[in-house]
Design a protein around this ligand. Structure first.
Ligand code: GDP
Length: 305
């Protein structure tokens, strides 16, 4: 909880202290207040569509010009945001638990360069390792030397297996063989990195489906999870990347990184609302432990605390 509070400090001090201030000055919900609230939410990258939804719902619940105290209004607002975040919860696998009938569990990790993909893979591997599972990381981002090296460094730090065919090798072959490696060595989970080049939609689509196909050839039913990593501090870019990737492939889960470095944590609300894909993880720092399972209530409580 401490990490979460610290991680959200910037968002809290911009977005939510503004809301609190706006709320505190009001005893009635009038047009002026709603306009002010709209401005605050939009400036925190909640996105216009989602902002309007929040405002509309608030309006439905509070009669215009009705007297309302600060605590009530805060509670209402919190409520609406939690509801908004709840709407996209699909059935998820239990956190950091590999289902018995899905071994090795295969996670394909996608996202553009620099968003924190490698770091998130390392943090995930660490959590699974801590739960006693055998893990292999597959170096499927074969376009950057640094990507292969960084992933290897993470595997050493975590103390798990690493599978690579070097730079410029075929990502689909790496993915296939990583799964084979997991099967042969009786490992529980394979986490596969992919190249984060945002080229044309067709190329991205082709590349990702090729990797997916070869993973499912290696193991029926795999990949079990396609995790899209987005950098929360990039605001509208995160929305755009989410559009591109979800058009190119079926994304099952989202990780939003670098929430600690941004005042624009509102992006979590907007992305959750607009894409209806569960936000599974949030990154709240560079450290190996600083990946959290996204908990909507804890998130909203922390924002309003
Ligand atoms: P990739 O290119 O997508 O693989 O990105 P990296 O994993 O190499 O991360 C890029 C930079 O972001 C590195 O300096 C990471 O330490 C940093 N980073 C990743 N996740 C987080 C996070 O949640 N918070 C902060 N503050 N930094 C992060």
């Amino acid at each position: 909880e401490e990490d979460l509070d610290k991680g959200l400090e910037k968002t809290k001090s911009s977005l939510f202290s503004k809301i609190t201030k706006a709320v505190a000055g009001k005893s009635t919900v009038d047009e002026g207040f709603l306009d002010e609230l709209e401005g605050i939410l939009v400036s925190a990258d909640v996105g216009l569509e989602t902002t309007i939804k929040i405002i509309d719902r608030l309006e439905e619940r509070v009669a215009k010009d009705k007297y309302i105290n600060t605590t009530e209004l805060n509670t209402l607002l919190k409520d609406e945001i939690v509801t908004l975040l709840s709407e996209n919860r699909t059935e998820n696998f239990e956190d950091y638990v590999v289902p018995e009938d899905k071994k090795p569990f295969v996670i394909l990790v996608v996202g553009v360069n620099g968003v924190g993909k490698t770091t998130t893979i390392g943090k995930l591997a660490h959590q699974y390792k801590k739960n006693g599972y055998g893990v292999v990381l597959g170096a499927g981002d074969t376009f950057r030397a640094a990507a292969v090296d960084q992933l290897q460094i993470w595997s050493e730090r975590v103390g798990c297996d690493f599978y690579s065919k070097g730079m410029h090798s075929d990502p689909a072959a790496v993915a296939f063989e990583t799964v084979q490696h997991a099967i042969k060595n009786d490992l529980d989970i394979a986490i596969i990195d992919t190249a984060g080049r945002l080229h044309t939609k067709m190329n991205l689509m082709r590349e990702l489906s090729k990797i997916k196909r070869s993973v499912s050839k290696a193991l029926d039913g795999a990949p079990h999870e396609v995790l899209l990593v987005l950098d929360a501090s990039t605001g509208q870019n995160a929305f755009e990347q989410c559009s591109k990737f979800t058009e190119a492939t079926e994304v099952s889960d989202l990780a939003l990184t670098k929430l600690d470095g941004t005042a624009k944590g509102g992006v979590v609300l907007g992305i959750s609302d607009q894409f209806q894909i569960p936000i599974r993880y949030i990154g709240v720092g560079e450290g190996i432990e600083q990946l959290q399972i996204f908990n909507k209530q804890a998130f909203v409580d922390s924002l309003f605390s």
